[in-house]
Write a protein that binds this ligand. Structure first.
Ligand code: BG6
Length: 484
């Protein structure tokens, strides 16, 4: 099936940090795909702005190399690539000085959608925002896009929000959490709110507990300096896992609108209970046959930063009172898998004499890879000999189910950037949401610092430290196996 592509309005998109890693890996390959899909008007312009003294031709060469490296099969579309590159311009700009701003002002048009992507260190946000205004480049219709990390605690996030608010209204600010741009993450909302089946069961009467797992096989090599200052809590939980938690736990919004959805997510974050120290397990990977240990990767033999975290949380509201949410995420684990599992309660009473086994319905939603869902149901074991029950999976990968109707799944970035141009903020984090998330994580981080908590080591290629298993076993529960 050819996916339905609705072209966006004419735009000028300026990417500060346009020669950087994220731009080369994600932003430009994503834009290229949208271009090939026919979503970008041929008059639209993408302007790279960075410190390097390049001209537009040099910039186009650089992006062409990036497409070779990071694009899929579409890179061999030579005609398309030529046409796409022709829409790129470059201006060398000094974020902290005056160099280049006049040229940028002359280039950016007045009568189209204007978006400014700050793919730079957060310390430059203020300078960029101020100059965009003093040079009359941005106006009240312009949009700015910012990336995580959005602060490293509540105070720094508030400061960033205040800096941006001096120049832009909240409706102009698009804070990216790329998990929200993933097709399957959006599918969570479609599953929950597009089916009558789940909603009646989606509460503490029927749900025993929920598990959220985001396991990665990669280590932190190459990003050690950043990562060692962050750890799994700041890098993954405060944003991606909390967003997943919100989508799975929130009340139905009255409509799929930016503020309606974000209001409901905010309520979940604000209802999160403080987490008991015994309900947090932090880990660090050990050296494995195929790679160094965490401490070697970050070049600090004494680092206490976690590359794995597991925790048990509670949401203080009517729907979820008493239902534990177990979350875990880590690097250098057994398989790459992101999955949400809803474990329903046991049957209150079994009518089948002699059947003493525990039968539970388990709904598992796989976000990546092999997106799909799997529902464990109980049936009669085939054959004679009475009513013996067995549990079987109703397994469905979305790709199989959709067959040739499966539209090509777009990458999170390309979807999110097009949403910026369309002016749709639903899949972006609002300032108060980010602050609420930090307000919840800050005391947990301060707590383990004050306790001088040392992360437990775990084998690279495993499911994390033994203590993470114990976190569940103590409650007479177990993590779902990590299977890619
Ligand atoms: C990023 C984190 O935000 O998300 C990385 O900084 C992590 O550490 C990445 O590897 C995971 O994203 P994905 O899309 O590969 O699941």
């Amino acid at each position: 099936m050819v996916s339905r592509v609705i072209p966006v309005d004419d735009f000028d998109l300026v990417i500060f940090g346009g020669t950087g890693d994220l731009a080369r890996r994600k932003i430009f390959p994503g834009l290229f795909r949208r271009f090939l899909a026919g979503q970008m008007p041929s008059t639209s312009r993408i302007v790279g702005a960075a410190r390097s003294e390049l001209d537009s031709a040099g910039f186009r060469d650089l992006i062409s190399d990036a497409l070779d490296e990071f694009s899929g099969d579409e890179k061999s579309n030579t005609e398309g690539r030529k046409a796409f590159l022709a829409q790129l311009e470059y201006v060398p700009v000094d974020a902290k000085g005056e160099g280049g701003w006049k040229e940028l002002a002359e280039l950016v048009r007045g009568d189209v959608v204007k978006a400014f992507y700050f793919s730079v260190a957060p310390s430059l946000f203020g300078d960029l925002a101020e100059r965009l205004h003093s040079h009359n480049i941005a106006d009240r219709h312009s949009r700015i896009v910012v990336e995580k990390p959005f602060g490293r605690d509540l105070a720094s996030a508030q400061e960033l929000n205040e800096t941006l608010a001096e120049h832009f209204k909240e409706t102009q600010i698009y804070r990216i959490d790329h998990y929200l741009g993933k097709e399957t993450v959006q599918n969570l909302m479609a599953l929950r709110f597009g089916n009558v089946l789940f909603e009646p069961l989606w509460n503490n009467h029927y749900v025993d507990h929920i598990q959220i797992t985001v396991a990665e096989t990669v280590g932190v090599g190459g990003r050690g300096t950043y990562y060692d200052r962050s750890g799994a809590m700041r890098d993954m939980v405060q944003n991606h896992l909390m967003q997943l938690l919100c989508l799975i736990a929130m009340e139905p919004p009255s409509q799929f609108g930016a503020d309606e959805v974000r209001d409901e997510k905010l309520k979940v974050i604000r209802a999160l209970q403080d987490v008991d120290a015994h309900h947090i397990v932090r880990g660090q990977y050990d050296a494995g046959s195929d790679g160094p240990s965490y401490r070697e990767d970050v070049e600090d033999p004494k680092s206490h930063t976690e590359s794995f975290i597991a925790m048990k949380c509670h949401i203080n509201n009517w729907r979820w009172a008493g239902v534990p949410f177990y979350m875990r995420t880590g690097k250098r684990m057994k398989e790459r898998v992101s999955e949400i599992t809803v474990v329903f309660k046991d049957l209150g009473h079994s009518i089948f004499e002699g059947d003493t086994a525990r039968h539970r319905n388990i709904l598992s939603i796989r976000l990546q890879p092999n997106e799909g869902m799997d529902l464990q149901v109980t049936i009669k074991e085939p054959g004679p000999g009475g009513m013996r029950l067995i549990d079987v999976p109703l397994d469905m990968t979305f790709a199989d189910a959709l067959g040739e109707n499966a539209a090509e799944v777009s990458d999170a970035y390309e979807r999110l950037i097009m949403d910026v141009i369309r002016g749709n903020q639903t899949l972006f984090m609002r300032g108060d949401e980010v602050e609420a998330a930090w307000a919840w994580t800050d005391p947990l981080i301060e707590g383990w610092k004050a306790r001088n908590d040392v992360p437990k080591t775990y084998d690279a290629g495993s499911a994390g430290p033994e203590d993470a298993m114990m976190l569940m076993h103590r409650d007479n529960r177990r993590w779902r196996d990590i299977k890619g």
